[in-house]
Design a protein around this ligand. Structure first.
Ligand code: NAD
Length: 391
């Protein structure tokens, strides 16, 4: 099959296995070049197939030399249809891990369910004994409550008052204004149910109850805090409320498993192109502008650079520096006042006419295509490739 990108709105509905494998190989090469990270040897990664979770798995395996167990929610391929990118990423990761003599196992299914928690515990008991690092990197639009069976959907809306702002429609190549009505209480509650800390706590509880949480285990969930430009639609909006709930959950986990010396952190990462962020209004515009500014400053980073830095400098350190809410911060190069001022200046000027000149949309779009294994250097997109892959 000849595989070319099929873009629908903010998503690409197919993926290229060879391009995805090249992306994984590139991230592994980056980590190997940086050098070893002293750290855990048995790591569970929830949301292991793309974005920050995939990078966390790669740093665990190829930086720390860890055995990794991953959970993801991806679509497998058929003779006629490609898999999702995450599927190919996992297949490529397994191949590389095997070649390096590293244990890797991945379970595909709903991480919010009790069944998946039971399957993961079984796998840990069989193959690893216990885990000493748990990465929580799920990004999902809905969650089925494992007890009530009720399905909660998240919304991306401001909280308190309506908000009108600029946005960029990647599909129509159009800079325009959007007005977002504020969320009601139910929408806020539902978003917290999906993207807040409840499921992270349930995971820790299940692992602890089953005796597979090692003494001194570390765990982190990822957040985005941002600054004034994104606060109305992110930090102070429904998704921000859910992210605040992660702070509550971290404190709860620390308290509950203090006798086991479990350490839970919320880690704040920078904004970049992933499948999750491209679905958030305003983010494609904001990210295209920060790419421009941060590339000029020489501070641009992708998932793998952020996560290598997080593991090496903060998460695995004995007494890492935290912010006032006890979070680990990797977003300083984006959120510092000088950089934000430059982004704000561009934001104020940007119009339909000058968008491509003022922003790095070319860089954004390239990164977007790469998420699905397209636009990757050295890959022959005219070649006939099999969409089938397994792990
Ligand atoms: P992503 O879309 O690339 O990855 C999401 C992962 O979750 C994938 O592995 C997917 O398979 C998995 N997943 C989704 N639903 C699942 C389910 N029901 N069961 C099992 N697995 C499921 O997203 P990302 O951008 O890497 O986001 C990961 C975390 O990082 C999120 O908490 C996000 O808020 C945070 N974060 C993202 C950014 C950013 O700019 N992208 C910035 C800071 C923090």
């Amino acid at each position: 099959m000849i595989i070319q990108p099929k873009i629908r709105g903010f998503i690409c509905t197919n993926a290229h296995p060879v391009g995805c494998a090249a992306n994984v190989a590139e991230q592994i090469a980056y980590v190997k070049q940086q050098g070893e990270v002293a750290g855990p040897k048995r790591v569970l990664i929830l949301g292991c197939s793309t974005g920050y979770g995939l990078a966390s798995r790669i740093v665990s395996a190829f930086g720390c030399g860890a055995d990794t167990l991953g959970v993801c929610f991806e679509k497998e391929p058929s003779e006629r249809k490609t898999a999702t990118a995450g599927w190919y990423n996992v297949a490529a990761f397994h191949q590389e891990a095997k070649a390096a003599g590293l244990y890797a196992r991945t379970l595909n299914g709903d991480a919010f369910s009790n069944e998946m928690k039971a399957d993961v515990i079984e796998a840990i008991k069989q193959d690893m004994g216990q885990v000493d690092l748990v990465i929580y990197s799920l990004a999902a639009p809905r969650r089925t409550d494992p007890v009530s069976g009720e399905v909660y959907k998240s919304t991306l809306k401001p909280v308190g008052k309506a908000y009108t702002t600029k946005t960029y429609d990647t599909d129509k190549d159009l800079v325009h204004e959007i007005s977002l009505e504020p969320a009601n209480e139910e929408e806020i509650f539902n978003t917290v149910k999906v993207m807040g800390g409840e499921d992270w706590e349930l995971w820790l509880q299940a692992l602890n109850d089953a005796g597979v949480l090692a003494e001194g285990c570390k765990t982190t969930a990822y957040t985005y805090i941002g600054k004034e430009l994104t606060w109305p639609i992110y930090g102070h909006a429904t998704i921000g409320k859910a992210k605040e709930d992660l702070d509550r959950a971290a404190a709860q986990i620390n308290q509950r498993y203090a006798d086991k010396k479990v350490q839970a952190y919320v880690s704040s990462l920078k904004a970049l192109v992933t499948q999750a962020s491209s679905a958030i209004p305003v983010m494609p515009l904001y990210i295209s502008l920060i790419y421009k500014v941060m590339k000029q400053e020489g501070t641009h980073e992708g998932c793998i650079e952020q996560i290598y830095g997080l593991f090496n400098d903060k998460l695995l350190a004995d007494a890492p520096e935290t912010d006032e809410a006890k979070r680990l911060r990797m977003d300083g190069k984006e959120t510092n006042d000088a950089t934000q001022a430059k982004i704000k200046a561009l934001w104020d000027q940007v119009t339909q006419d000058n968008f491509h000149e003022l922003s790095d949309y070319a860089g954004y779009h390239h990164e977007f295509l790469r998420l699905f294994g397209f636009d990757v250097a050295g890959v022959d997109y005219e070649a006939d490739v099999s969409p089938l892959a397994d792990w």
